[in-house]
Design a binder for this molecule. Sequence first.
Ligand code: C2E
Ligand code: CA
Ligand code: CA
Ligand code: CA
Length: 279
Amino acid sequence: AKEQGRNQFCFYTQDMTAEARTKLDLESALSRAIERDELLLHYQPQVDGSSGTITGAEALLRWQRSGSGLVAPGQFIPLAERSSLILDIGAWVIDAACRQLRAWMDDGLPIVRVAVNVAARQFAAGDLDQVVARALQRHRIDPQWLEIEITEGMLIVEPGAAIAMLKRIKALGVKLSLDDFGTGYSSLAYLQQFPIDSLKIDQSFTRRIGEQPDGGALVDAVIALAHRLNLRVVAEGVETAQQSDYLRERGCDEMQGYHFGRPAPAETLQQSLAAQGEP
Ligand code: C2E
Ligand code: CA
Ligand code: CA
Ligand code: CA
């Protein structure tokens, strides 16, 4: 048993080493992803609740890692967040979204508001407003076309500093949206203190519609609360016609989810926009 125990121990350490090596590889590959031009944005349409017209798009980060397929953000953002790498990646995302808007405008194509995600560490760094301002300036983008998605967790650590930062971003003319609403450390009091324009109902709440009796109860309450505070409501993760119908009836302002379109390359969004522009 002792022999076997030792073998198991050896096996275990080898295993850990392999795992650690994989992580190190991932990290060093990721640190070169920007210079190697391996990052890209996919865009998912956001549609008007009543008309179904595309009114915006969320930019979602993808990594075309050499030798691998397309890597989803869940597989590398948490790693990037552990170092200052997230600051470079985050700045790249904001710049890339503005660059895309500029390319569409230069081609005379219709454009919609683009929402980008920011990481907690990126928000806490204290210069996000400057990063945003630089990107807008570099690509000559009217700030109203850009939206920044933040999450509740970013606001609770240092509420005072967070409010100051949000105000500086708002002062640029950029829109602010509270992502994943209801999943975090929701403090309803904060909703009134933070200068946000919209709330995104998390997909875990959308999913309950039609799934259980009273499945829409939380969604109903969030829509009512948001409207009472003059906030726009966006429902995320809308996958079925039933969910879409329900949300429309309840006056949800915008919807986003596979039912309307998956995240896809910029060209796909552009085609959808061109198609809806036709009489
Ligand atoms: P998120 O901001 O909540 O983005 C929504 C996620 O839900 C996206 O996953 C999207 O592809 C997925 N989704 C959209 N519609 C549906 C649907 O109808 N059903 C289901 N089941 N899922 C849907 P994705 O692209 O894998 O992104 C995951 C998360 O990674 C994002 O969650 C966001 O927190 C983070 N992320 C993405 N891009 C960036 C970025 O540029 N910077 C930072 N810091 N984080 C990012
Ligand atoms: Ca988001
Ligand atoms: Ca979300
Ligand atoms: Ca999320």
